[in-house]
Design a protein around this ligand. Structure first.
Ligand code: SAM
Length: 302
């Protein structure tokens, strides 16, 4: 039954259903079964897991996940594919098919998706949440980012196919051009690793860019050390809006009308920073410490 992801199968099945891949939905189907298996295997799925998949497509990855997980919640924006995947996967009883945009907007996930996850998680104590997907590239960043803002349903891991360039930004080290707000947001609370780089050839239709399977394991100890996640999130995003500017100038403009230049200089001195560096040169723990000093200073002001 899992031959469903060869190019021949996909072409035939879509022709039968009278549909074609829609590029605005990022419909690039993975046609290498070994790689579909690699995504599912890298996610270490167990019967304790509720797995969310964004982008059901024709359901090949969905079926593999369903064999391993307690429950799969799969979301597909395209009504035709949503229909088709349900026909393909009719023999499974542990898949919830949602026909939805997985995002409500850039900063929020779909409320229906969130409600479905919450009610599924509440059924069994000790359930873990995982994201496993071959993601539509245009929503990969907001999806991964927003899932990590949720306190009650934090995923224990995310194993996804994304653009290679995005994967490189997620794992980037300080001092590189890829290092930025996304690297800091994810590395402060997770351990990300690239599992595999993939050529456009393994997709039908072929995308223009290379892709990567990335496994992002949440580190709950690290995450627990961030006292105010939304504050940290805003701080790192603001820090990189003008990435070529020197740190002191950036901080002065972020905290304009909130803190004096003297207060900002005191914070910098307090952690031995001159301010004549760029944020992209600082190590993750240093930025974390900097954020914390700002948070505490602002808290003591109120
Ligand atoms: N899982 C399939 C596979 O591995 O071949 C399909 C992956 S394809 C890269 C991405 C899928 O996400 C497409 O089926 C597309 O229609 C769907 N999609 C695109 N945007 C979406 C959105 N905002 N919410 C939910 N699904 C979306």
């Amino acid at each position: 039954m899992f031959n469903r992801q060869t190019t021949t199968f996909l072409k035939q099945r879509m022709e039968e259903a009278g549909i074609r891949p829609v590029s605005k939905f990022g419909q690039n189907f993975l046609i290498d079964l070994n790689l579909v298996n690699m995504i599912a295997d890298s996610a270490n799925i167990t019967k304790q897991d509720v797995v969310v998949e964004v982008g059901t497509g024709t359901g090949s990855l969905t079926g593999l996940i369903a064999q391993k997980a307690r429950q799969v919640i799969t979301v597909e924006i395209d009504q035709n594919l949503w229909q088709l995947a349900q026909e393909e996967l009719a023999s499974f009883s542990n898949i919830t098919f949602l026909q939805q945009d997985a995002l409500r907007n850039k900063n929020n996930l779909s409320p229906v998706l969130l409600d479905t996850i919450r009610s599924e998680m509440a059924k069994t104590e000790g359930t873990r949440l995982k994201l496993v997907a071959n993601l539509p590239y245009n929503i990969a960043t907001p999806l991964i980012t927003n899932l990590l803002t949720l306190d009650d349903i934090t995923p224990t891991s995310m194993t996804v196919t994304i653009q290679k360039e995005l994967a490189e930004r997620i794992i980037a080290r300080p001092g590189t051009k890829e290092f930025g707000a996304l690297s800091l947001w994810i590395q402060a609370q997770c351990n990300p690793e690239i599992v595999r780089i993939m050529s456009p050839k393994v997709f039908w239709p072929r995308p223009k860019v290379e892709s990567a399977i990335i496994h992002i394991e949440t580190d709950f100890n690290k995450r627990g050390r961030i006292p105010d996640l939304p504050y940290y999130h805003r701080f790192v995003r603001n820090l990189f809006i003008h990435r070529r500017k020197l740190l002191r100038g950036v901080l002065v403009s972020i905290f304009k009308n909130q803190l004096t230049k003297q207060q900002i200089d005191n914070i910098l001195e307090g952690i031995n920073l001159t301010g004549n560096v760029r944020a992209e040169q600082l190590a993750v723990p240093v930025i974390f410490e900097l954020c914390e000093r700002f948070r505490q200073t602002q808290q003591s002001e109120n």
